[in-house]
Design a protein. Structure first.
Length: 319
């Protein structure tokens, strides 16, 4: 098992940009080396006419929570003049100001003051864009943006990103498994698969997984049951993954099955996995079918939850 370095509030948080949207995933374990607690690490906000924002990260918990709250409040404040083209510039400014005022003064006297942000921004869709996509039977979409921070620097990422003590493992898996133009439903499965493996191999990363999906510019959370079902399938996939490599390296798969299993097991498991994820992806696409535009001046919050049995559910709030 890989030993994580540092101290408290260790984590894995990752994001994948996909054809049709984006996905953010994170584990729920928060640790100070002697005690671990269950804590959500993704917070999302949707604002009509503005778009959606999700913030996650790793590092010092109180600093990260404080900056996350500041970013969410700024994003949903209708008194603020918001330009989606300048989102990255605003994020850099706010991260720099927070780090300079809240982190640097205490850095010489306090250990582990650093944090890393993982932020996803999806610009709002117009009513015309939604209607046009509906006529074509497609999911409406605009290009999402994925940003990460390290100390005073903020970087716009391409394709995927990861932060936290499990980032090295996650990036290695993503580099091996990611494919260009990956469809959103498949990207969700891949994000869960990577977090599943990081939780199994990196110390201080674990418990359940939270997943937030951007589809049609709206953030939605996967249910805990859905994620648990996928993780059970990932465990089953580990078996045929070894057999695939064995076969590609020149091994006799038929003979292997006769000795260590039943003839046809490999194909049976492979078909079962394919069927499971095909059905799951189809349900998601149906669930994300474009709906009529939501009236302006409406704010939808996706609050942070702390209890493991609670999933992240959208709420309609008065502006």
């Amino acid at each position: 098992m890989i030993e994580s370095k540092g101290g408290r509030h260790l984590t894995i948080a990752l994001g994948i940009l996909a054809h049709g949207g984006a996905v953010i995933a994170a584990d729920r374990e928060q640790s100070d080396r002697t005690l671990k607690t269950d804590q959500a690490k993704i917070r999302g906000q949707w604002v009509a006419g503005r778009g959606s924002l999700a913030v996650s990260g790793a590092g010092n918990g109180p600093y990260l929570d404080s900056l996350t709250a500041e970013l969410i409040e700024w994003f949903k404040n209708d008194q603020v003049q918001f330009d989606p083209k300048k989102f990255g510039e605003e994020l850099r400014t706010k991260n720099h100001a927070f780090y300079e005022s809240s982190v640097l003064p205490f850095a010489p006297y306090q250990e582990e003051v650093n944090y890393e942000l993982l932020t996803c921004f999806a610009p709002s869709l117009t009513a015309g864009e939604i209607r046009f996509a509906s006529k074509l039977g497609l999911m409406p979409q605009k290009e999402c943006e994925l940003w990460t921070s390290h100390k005073l620097s903020v970087v716009k990422e391409e394709y995927y990103a990861a932060v936290g003590c499990g980032a090295t493992t996650a990036k290695a898996l993503l580099a091996r498994c990611w494919v260009p133009f990956i469809p959103l439903p498949v990207a969700i499965n891949l994000a869960c698969y990577v977090v599943y493996h990081v939780k199994r191999t990196v110390k201080d990363v674990g418990l359940d997984t939270d997943v937030m999906v951007f589809s049609g510019g709206i953030p939605m959370a996967l249910s805990r049951d859905e994620i648990t079902e996928m993780e059970a399938q990932f465990e089953e996939y580990g078996r045929i993954e070894r057999e695939n490599l064995y076969y590609c390296l020149g091994g006799d798969l038929k003979e292997h099955e006769e000795l260590f299993g039943k003839p046809g097991d490999h194909k049976r498991i492979q078909k079962s996995l394919r069927k499971f994820f095909e059905k799951l992806n189809a349900k998601r696409v149906k669930r994300w079918t474009p709906k009529p535009p939501i009236p302006a001046n409406t704010v939808q919050s996706v609050p942070q939850k702390s209890k493991p049995e609670d999933s992240i559910r959208p709420e309609i709030l008065a502006p």
